[in-house]
Design a protein around this ligand. Structure first.
Ligand code: APR
Ligand code: PHB
Length: 389
């Protein structure tokens, strides 16, 4: 088989790239290790920067997003019983869009199928070959049968545990990592959101986040120990702990109910450099991970796709390699800013086991400065709504 751009990974990064390139008449094949329903079974965040929203529009996949999503002009930061609002529109003129990553990925799958886009599911033993030549090819097994696809470019959109990053030799690859000493216990409940905007809450018992998917589907998170298991937390225990970590006026009106999903996610900051090796380009979680506190995971994957899409169109249509030659540098420049913001939000709003009294004073002084300073709030707003591409 042959294609122009072989995309490894059928998550939001790979599907968005395939859809954008297809609309430019560029042929792609997507290899996905799992089934469609498995991929859509993963609950992920749901805050979209304008950059991601514009890419979905450019991809022609925005109808349901525009119909069902929420537009948020701000968010609430709470510390103990105190709270203040970050007004995105006042500081940046730009809101964020609340639309679940699962819904977005589902829309992209529907669009690929409507366009007869080729997706090969349940592939195994994927190997990228000759990425440093101008004739790369990928081998894999499907239903136990060995297959090979020749291509001009390979996009590694296969997430943190994929094969693409591992293909770049360790002599070339430099990795940066910070693992946080806690996780996020998240639940999904068919209850009305406690507030019409997100609440990021720092409390002496640890962090909490109140988010939503729709008028009767809420998403809540609390900071938990990495040794915890979801089964250690009954719904009642979760709700009681959440109420202790948010301002009492929200705790009093919180509608509780049975959780329909409950999971624990570890928190990690991770970046690999470079994001290009010959004809192989890494995108999204394959190259970088952020802790979810800044809602940057999907949005940074989107900026990677923006740079790679434009670079590939330029290379394939105009025989001009400027975009792909500068892909790694441009993508990483924005990735590191998203990494800094996500690390800063995580450091500001969580309790760390090794913190001493002085550290706690530093945190509360930073929160007090943020609460009282317009420029500090503006800096948070600019990073949260998304820095320019
Ligand atoms: N071969 C084929 N597919 C693979 C392989 C492989 N060897 N390894 C992994 N995959 C698939 C996974 O099954 C998954 O569906 O690649 C896909 C990667 O998707 P994601 O992990 O969602 O990564 P990405 O598309 O970059 O999306 C980034 O996901 O985790 C969130 O916070 C993150 O929001 C961000 C978004
Ligand atoms: C979510 O809605 O799941 C969500 C929102 C904001 C975050 C993280 C997760 O920062």
């Amino acid at each position: 088989m042959r294609t122009q751009v072989l995309i490894i990974g059928g998550g939001p990064s790979g599907l968005l790239l395939a859809q954008l390139l297809d609309r430019k008449g560029i042929d792609t094949i997507v290899l996905e290790r799992k089934t469609r329903s498995y991929v859509l079974g993963r609950i992920r965040a749901g805050i979209l920067e304008q950059g991601m929203v514009k890419l979905m529009r450019k991809a022609g996949v925005s109808e349901r997003m525009d119909r069902e999503s929420y537009v948020h002009d701000g968010t609430v930061i709470a510390c103990g019983d105190e709270q203040f609002r970050i007004d995105f529109t006042k500081h940046t003129g730009t809101p964020v869009v609340v639309y679940g990553q699962t819904e977005l990925t589902c829309d992209l799958y529907d669009a690929r199928e409507a366009a007869d886009g080729e997706i090969i599911y349940e592939v195994e033993h994927v190997e990228i070959n000759d990425a440093k030549s101008d004739r790369p090819y990928v081998t894999f097994q499907k239903d136990g049968i060995a297959q090979r696809i020749d291509c001009d470019y390979v996009a590694g959109c296969d997430g943190f545990h994929g094969v693409s990053r591992q293909t770049i030799p360790l002599t070339v690859r430099k990795e940066y990592e910070k693992v946080y000493p806690f996780g996020w216990l998240g639940i999904l409940s068919e209850t009305p959101p406690v507030h019409h905007e997100l609440i990021y809450s720092s409390s002496e018992r640890g962090f909490a986040l109140c988010s939503m998917r729709n008028d009767n589907l809420s998403r809540y998170y609390i900071q938990c120990s990495l040794s915890d298991r979801p089964d250690d937390w009954s719904d009642q225990l979760f709700w009681d702990e959440l109420k202790r970590r948010i301002p009492s006026d929200y705790a009093d009106k919180l509608v509780t109910g049975p959780s329909i999903e409950k999971s624990i996610a570890p928190l990690r900051s991770f970046v690999t450099e470079p994001m290009r090796w010959g004809r192989l380009f890494l995108c999204g979680d394959a190259a970088h991970i952020v802790p979810p506190t800044g809602a940057k995971g999907l949005n940074t994957a989107a900026s990677d796709i923006h740079y790679l899409y434009h670079g590939l169109v330029q290379a394939i249509h105009d025989n001009n390699n400027e975009g792909i030659d500068r892909y790694s540098e441009r993508a990483l420049a924005r990735v590191w800013k998203a990494e800094r913001f996500s690390w800063w939000m995580t450091s500001l709003l969580h309790r760390f086991p090794e913190q001493n009294a002085f550290d706690l004073k530093m945190q509360s002084a930073e929160l007090a400065f943020l609460q009282s300073n317009n420029e500090a709030q503006s800096a948070l707003a600019q990073n949260y709504v998304g820095l320019p591409y």
